[in-house]
Design a protein around this ligand. Structure first.
Ligand code: MN
Length: 416
């Protein structure tokens, strides 16, 4: 596949994250306060889908789907409608089409909002390098991977209520912690605030309670993908996590990138999960490649200062795909819903520079990293800006995700 050309000039470059090949879906708001609306990114512009539907340019459903500032209604229509919409958008925006500049708005002139309403959020732990690194730090190299890890996509039920779009400031959490040498726990702002570099799968289908689905069916239910930062308070996590897993350490905030990159846009970047170290039970077998070759980076910038790239890795490092995770999630009979969000788990590669969290990059805070500014960091300080970026790289084009960024604000005084 090569770059597909559009009448939107800024979309015709190898550098833009949003060529015609991509067409990611978001929600934007004009700064004048008019009702937010759905749009599709093309080059440095957004094509206004609310207006296009209102004017009859897009008629892939019998009733309007873009009369609300969220993609849930379109997602619920299913894969035939998803494909029809994409084909219609390609036809409207390709270089052969009549230019319709009246429907464009510059991305720089609008605010990007949450692209969909999150029904429920589940976060997994499917990166083997990450799980091995964390396990080594917490339990020693001998017991790094829990005995279930190669058999089950391990996960926990997170909070949908605190999922926010890129750019939303993140308040440092308060919580209960206990220093290893302290007799008793204390309460206060987290001192070991961290990121987790993840990909989120946006679910556009559902299964009835009591009815499991196959991995193939799970793959078909995935509408698209976003970048996801599962902010984590390591000191709170270390004290609370046994025996039921993370709770407040991760409940305070999760950031996602503003554009849903569709499965269709990523189709030519599918790759298989790595070779199995233990055979999987049949219900988890992948019928085809269900991971994606997506380059990922993390940058850190003290407020007002230059950013430093602190990690580079790739989504293909995951041991389980989102489809396997979703099939596992439904395997008990758990009902999955349109708008569910599935976090991949932290994506780390085998090399030290490929680690997707500060916990790993600084080896539990014992090996500080040095930024271009000369400052050092173990964990995140107030005012630091953390940004995830990602793109699948083709021949002369890329499928970009846009940034997933957040600035850390000081903890709130706890009411007494
Ligand atoms: Mn996570």
């Amino acid at each position: 596949m090569t770059l597909q050309r559009s009448w939107v000039a800024s979309a015709n470059s190898a550098e833009t994250p949003f060529p015609l090949n991509n067409l990611p879906y978001g929600v934007f708001a004009h700064r004048d306060g008019t009702q937010p609306r759905c749009g599709v990114a093309i080059g440095d512009m957004i094509f206004d889908l609310y207006q296009a539907e209102a004017d009859g340019l897009i008629a892939v459903t019998d009733a309007p789907v873009f009369d609300q500032p969220s993609w849930n209604k379109l997602m619920a229509k299913g894969s035939t409608t998803w494909a029809d919409l994409r084909a219609r958008l390609v036809a409207l925006l390709s270089a052969q089409a009549d230019p319709r500049p009246d429907y464009l708005v510059a991305q720089a002139e609008v605010a990007l909002l949450m692209p969909f309403q999150v029904a429920e959020f589940t976060d997994f732990y499917a990166g083997k390098h990450h799980a091995t690194n964390v396990g080594t730090m917490f339990r020693g190299a001998e017991n790094a991977l829990p005995p279930n890890w190669l058999h089950i996509p391990i996960g926990y039920n997170g909070r949908a209520s605190t999922i926010v779009v890129s750019g939303t400031p993140i308040v440092r959490p308060n919580g209960q912690t206990k220093a290893p040498d302290a007799a008793l726990p204390t309460f206060g702002p987290s001192k070991r605030l961290d990121i987790e570099l993840e990909i989120g799968a946006v679910i556009g289908g559902s299964n009835e309670m009591g009815c499991p689905i196959s991995v193939q069916e799970a793959d078909a239910m995935i509408f698209g993908y976003v970048l996801l930062n599962d902010w984590s308070a390591r000191d709170i996590q270390a004290w609370e996590y046994q025996p039921l897993g993370p709770f407040q350490a991760k409940a305070f905030a999760t950031s996602i990138s503003p554009w849903i990159v569709t499965k269709a846009a990523l189709a030519s970047f599918r790759v298989s999960t790595p070779a199995r170290e233990k055979p999987l039970l049949p219900y988890l077998a992948e019928p085809g490649p269900m991971l994606y070759d997506i380059d990922l980076t993390v940058t850190m910038a003290p407020m007002g200062k230059a950013a430093t790239t602190i990690a580079r890795t790739n989504y293909r490092q995951m041991y389980f795909s989102a489809a396997q995770q979703l099939a596992h999630h439904a395997s008990s009979g758990c009902a999955m819903m349109v708008g569910d969000l599935i976090g991949s788990g932290t994506i780390s590669g085998p090399e030290p520079s490929e680690r997707g969290s500060l916990l790993e990059l600084t080896w539990g805070g014992t090996e500080p990293i040095t930024l271009h500014t000369g400052e050092t960091r173990t964990f995140i300080e107030d005012g630091d800006i953390l940004t995830l970026e990602g793109a699948a790289k083709g021949e002369g084009f890329q499928i970009g995700f846009g940034a997933c960024t957040g600035t850390i604000l000081p903890a709130k005084p706890f009411p007494v």
